[in-house]
Design a protein around this ligand. Structure first.
Ligand SMILES: Nc1ncnc2c1ncn2[C@@H]1O[C@H](COP(=O)(O)OP(=O)(O)O)[C@@H](O)[C@H]1O
Ligand SMILES: [Mg+2]
Length: 302
């Protein structure tokens, strides 16, 4: 006889998540509006402690997905569960890091990190101690008294990460957090993030349009298709990251190429179907699908 132990719910569960926006309808007169589907039937489980990367071309619904996770917007239909409970709004169980540093310019690095702790009602002394601890975690010990304008882009993003981690969220949500940084800074922050993830065991959902970044960071890569944004496939990344220059290994190259091909196949088929539908309909999609090309994906990685 076999017995089955019930497995715990995943940390995050997307159940047929669908998100529509009301947009102006092209060619239907002033004030006419139509529903534009940004995310369509997105279903995925993310186990606790996983580092999931989500990759897809510009406009495929990545930020929409993250806004839904952050509770900043609600699905049109379907739902997102955190530990089995539907997400209905923002909460301190989730920390968000955006592409823009979003630091308060009049506050020092320490005071920026303390910000979320204040909201949580942590006392002054403990706040300062937690802030310093997390600034150290992101490699900024000694910079606590600097103001944002006295920090480089990479340092500002480290402060933003420290701020998100300081209030100890279970899930870290990151929307292209390193996209604005130069390549070298980006690579060192990627390594820092992997180190922090291993040290803290957080569940991370990391959005990117960079294939290399998705492969380098993710235990799994969720590949999205554009217009409407759908989950095309999820690829497990079985990569040994212990050696030097992992990005130059044959294994990394193969994984990278696989994901590139999946995105390429999508871009080609989307461009083809857009050409067909442009000839036959005046659907209210505000952005033409044909502008998503493998070239664009390539350029966005540079
Ligand atoms: N508030 C909104 N109103 C109307 N359309 C939106 C809104 N937010 C996003 N969109 C559209 O939804 C699609 C997905 O956007 P987004 O999630 O920002 O894409 P990504 O982050 O992958 O570049 C885009 O076509 C965008 O124009
Ligand atoms: Mg985005």
């Amino acid at each position: 006889m076999t017995t089955t132990t019930p497995s715990p719910p995943p940390k995050l569960r997307f159940e047929h998540v669908h998100k529509e926006f009301s947009v102006r309808a092209a060619g239907r007169g002033r004030g006419a509006r139509t529903a534009f589907t940004a995310l369509d039937d997105f279903t995925l489980d993310v186990p606790a402690g996983e580092f999931l990367t989500v990759v897809g071309p510009s406009g495929c619904g990545k930020s929409t997905l993250l806004d839904l996770l952050g509770g900043l917007t609600r699905p049109t239909s379907g739902r997102i569960l955190l530990d089995g409970e539907p997400i209905t709004g923002p909460g301190l169980d989730r920390g968000v890091v955006f592409q823009q540093y979003a630091l308060l310019p009049w506050r020092t690095a320490r005071a920026n990190v303390e910000f979320g702790l204040q909201a949580k009602g942590v006392g002054r002394k403990e706040r300062a101690a937690l802030a310093d601890e997390h600034l150290e975690l992101v490699g900024l010990a000694g910079f606590a008294d600097r103001y944002p304008h006295e920090l480089s882009g990479g340092m500002k993003q480290r402060v933003a990460i420290a701020r998100s981690l300081a209030f100890d969220p279970e899930v870290l949500l990151m929307d292209e957090p390193f996209a604005a940084l130069d390549a070298q800074t980006r690579e060192s922050l990627q390594d820092e993030l992997l180190r922090i993830w291993r040290a803290t065991g957080k569940t991370i959902v990391f959005i990117t349009h960079g294939i290399d970044e998705a492969v380098y960071l993710g235990q799994r890569v969720a590949i999205m298709t554009p217009r409407p944004g759908r989950l095309q496939t999820v690829r497990t990344i079985d990569l040994d990251r212990s050696g030097d220059d992992v990005r130059s290994t044959a294994r990394f190259g193969r994984l990278r190429h696989e994901i590139w091909s999946a995105l390429h196949a999508d871009a080609t088929s989307t461009a083809a179907s857009a050409a067909t539908s442009a000839a036959t309909s005046d659907a209210g999609d505000p952005t033409p699908a044909a502008d998503v090309s493998p070239r664009e994906l390539e350029a966005s990685r540079a």
